[in-house]
Structures are given as structure tokens and as C-alpha cells.
Write a protein that binds this ligand. Structure first.
Ligand SMILES: Nc1ncnc2c1ncn2[C@@H]1O[C@H](COP(=O)(O)OP(=O)(O)OP(=O)(O)O)[C@@H](O)[C@H]1O
Length: 199
């Protein structure tokens, strides 16, 4: 269970949001919505432990995540705006780097986003949507029990309809395995039954 209690966020000297709370159970999903600058990416960074809350607490199974940030980092996968691919390495090599860190099968993860036909290309030649698919393929490496919390910032930007469908299947399988998803988006996202947090 992930619980946010009375969270507040400061960026620079400015208060972005305050008094924010939610609960997310295994299998659950939460959509973050709101205007540009409302604080969706900031909240995701806070949930990822990359920003400390200015007030309030974030709890995992009742424990404050700030008490053991390394353990929190291991249980989550964060896909932000930056794609984090090494441009000179092939797609297969890029995924293999993550597989070495986390375990899992790089070829199967590439296939989950239909990237197998591009596996031997260097990442620098990918189109914007293909780069996004490579970033998302990392999610498919390990089962939900290993890294249950997925934090996704605008995951469908640049994706074609077939790729949105594949992402939807990945999200559904993750949740069926007890995983949780928090996603910021301005676009429709295939997350049936997700709650909405309007910032
Ligand atoms: N590093 C930073 N330093 C200072 N202020 C920042 C920083 N990053 C973001 N902000 C500010 O925090 C506020 C929230 O930004 P954030 O990126 O969380 O919004 P968002 O809801 O994700 O927006 P968008 O829909 O445009 O992606 C904005 O006013 C932004 O200018």
C-alpha cells in the first residue's frame, strides 16, 4: 500500500501544491491531471524519492519512504520525460544494461513494445515514438512483485495507436500481478478503473 498524507511540494521558493493525500492499493492505478505547471511531474518526482516533501509523509506499507530511500528506489520504476537511452548502443544493448542491473530478459522486454525488428539499431537513429517505446520497454523486464510501483510521466506522448495498445496490455498485466501505476497525462491512457487526482 502506498499512502500520501498531507503532502506539500516546493519548487524553488514557490509552493506548487499542499495538503495532498491519496492511497493506492496493490493492483491500483492513479491518473494525475491538471494544467501545465500544476505539479504533476513534481508529484511523480516526489513519489520517486527524487524530491523531498516540504511537508507531509509518503508511506509504503506504513513506513516513511524517507527512512530507507534505497529500498524505495528498488521497488519503483520511473519513466520521465528524458528517455535515458545510450545513443551509441543498440536497443538490445540498452535493454541489456538494465537487465544486468535488475534482471529480466531484454529480448522479451523489447518484444513487448514491438521493438524486436529494431533491436540491432543504435538508439540514436530512433524516431521520437520509438525512443519512447524503448524507455517503456524497461518496464517489461521484471515482474510486478520485484518492482511494484510504476511512475509514468506522459507515457503515451509520441506513441502510435498500436503502441498505446501494447502499453495498455503491459499496464494491465502489471496491475494483475499486484503492481501499481501512477501516471501523469494530458492524453487518454488505457488504465481502466484508475482513480483521478486533479492537481
Ligand atoms: N527545478 C525547478 N525549479 C523551480 N521551479 C520548478 C522546477 N521544476 C519545476 N518547477 C515549477 O514547478 C511547477 C510545477 O511544475 P511541474 O513540471 O511539476 O508541472 P506539470 O503539472 O508536470 O506541468 P506540465 O503539464 O506542463 O508537464 C511549475 O510552476 C514549474 O515552473
Amino acid at each position: 500500500m502506498l499512502e500520501a498524507e498531507d503532502l506539500a511540494c516546493l519548487r524553488g521558493e514557490r509552493a506548487v501544491f499542499a495538503g495532498l493525500g491519496f492511497r493506492l492499493a496493490p493492483g491500483g492505478a492513479l491518473l494525475l491531471t491538471g494544467a501545465n505547471g500544476a505539479g504533476k511531474s513534481s508529484l511523480l518526482r516526489l513519489l520517486a524519492g527524487l524530491l523531498a516533501p516540504a511537508a507531509g509523509r509518503l508511506l509504503w506499507a506504513g513506513e516513511d519512504v524517507q527512512a530507507d530511500r534505497a529500498a524505495h528506489a528498488r521497488r519503483l520504476r520511473y519513466v520521465g520525460h528524458a528517455d535515458a537511452a545510450k545513443p551509441a548502443l543498440t536497443l538490445r544493448e540498452n535493454l541489456a544494461l538494465y537487465a544486468r542491473l535488475w534482471g529480466g530478459d531484454a529480448a522479451a522486454a523489447l518484444a513487448a513494445l514491438d521493438l524486436a525488428p529494431l533491436a540491432e539499431l543504435p538508439a540514436r537513429v530512433l524516431s521520437a515514438g520509438q525512443r519512447r517505446r524503448l524507455a517503456l520497454a524497461r518496464l517489461a523486464l521484471v515482474p510486478a512483485a520485484t518492482a511494484p510501483l510504476w511512475l509514468l510521466d506522459e507515457p503515451t506522448v509520441g506513441l502510435d495507436a498500436a503502441s498505446v495498445g501494447r502499453l495498455g496490455a503491459l499496464l494491465a498485466a502489471h496491475r494483475a500481478g499486484g503492481g501499481m501505476v501512477v501516471a501523469a497525462t494530458h492524453l487518454p491512457l488505457p488504465l481502466p478503473g484508475a482513480g483521478t487526482l486533479a492537481l
